[in-house]
Design a protein around this ligand. Structure first.
Ligand code: A2P
Length: 285
């Protein structure tokens, strides 16, 4: 990989850029500007979700850019209250409408459980997955996948699916590497994507990150992004500043050694968001 436009190949042959721009919480007042800036900075793969409230801004920004739709890679997700066969199909159409497009590049189930106490989540997930399979079969979406699904959630899908998920989006950054889930996906040809690849900067002051970034003459953010990429994981960083949007693309001129990778993979837990698919969110101080 030499630039963020270089691609991984999903199990169905679809090419997916090796870095995306995340749009969660880009909505606080200036979403349209942030997304416009990200397009100018060179991002073409945008990760959104109905829950984020950013789809309409992304759709408008893509239209205003004058750049052909096919040059973009757009991923969105069905939210917790959009699960179930019929609801997901309606949700997909609403996402397309807000995004001002007639197809998606990737559509994901956002979380495996709508609420932690949901007892029939297995049936609900399979029912939702059937909607995604149909949309894929109809050519409305180029690839389908999951988000925040851990191995036990994915097993349920694999047991009942006709089309295997092509991607899973997980929280992943130094200090929260979810090794078991990453390994499970990679052994099965499921492309892992990293949400919060910078851990919202919560672990930028960790001595190990400081040491490695100083050694390579890069920022802790660049180390985090390089770390994901070297694990064959697509990072989805977000930023509101054009300088940092550009800095986050400059991760192809250095390489983390095997020792640095091992140390990052095994560092004590840091920067965890407090979110887990089977639990209520834990608010960390
Ligand atoms: P900002 O918008 O001021 O750039 P994550 O993607 O893990 O959720 O982290 C997003 C946060 O990381 C944002 O608050 C963003 O702040 C910050 N950020 C993004 N890129 C960088 C960078 N290169 N250096 C420092 N902070 C960054």
């Amino acid at each position: 990989m030499n630039s963020i436009r270089d691609c991984f190949t999903l199990s169905n042959g679809v090419e997916i850029p090796c870095m995306a721009f995340g749009t969660y919480k880009a909505s606080e007042g200036q979403t349209a500007d942030v997304i416009k800036r990200a397009i100018e900075a060179g991002y073409r793969y945008f990760d959104t979700a109905s829950f984020y409230g950013t789809e309409k801004y992304l759709g408008q920004a893509i239209k205003d850019s004058g750049i052909p739709r096919k040059e973009f890679f757009i991923a969105s997700k069905a939210w917790k209250d959009e699960m179930g066969h019929e609801k997901t199909k309606v949700a997909f159409e609403s996402s397309l409408e807000r995004l001002k497009t007639d197809y998606l590049d990737l559509y994901l189930i956002h979380w495996p459980l709508p609420v932690p106490e949901c007892e029939d989540w297995k049936e609900l997930d399979v029912d939702t997955w059937r909607a995604l399979e149909e949309l894929y079969g109809e050519g409305r979406v180029r690839a389908i996948g999951l988000s925040n699904f851990l191995p036990h959630h994915i097993e349920n899908i694999l047991e009942h699916c006709e089309i295997k998920p092509m991607a899973d989006q997980l929280e992943f950054h130094p200090g929260y590497s979810q090794e078991a889930a990453v390994r499970y996906c990679q052994e099965r040809g499921i492309q892992v994507q990293a949400w919060s690849p910078l851990g919202r900067m919560r672990m930028f002051k960790e001595p190990l990150l400081v040491e490695i970034s100083e050694k390579h003459g890069v920022s802790p953010a660049q180390v985090c992004l390089r770390y994901a990429l070297q694990r064959n994981i697509i990072p989805l960083p977000k930023s509101s500043s054009i300088e940092r949007m550009k800095q986050n693309q400059e991760i192809f001129h250095f390489e983390l050694s095997a020792e640095e990778m091992y140390r990052l993979e095994t560092m004590p837990q840091a920067g965890w968001s407090g979110e887990h698919p089977d639990r209520e969110r834990i608010i960390l101080g």
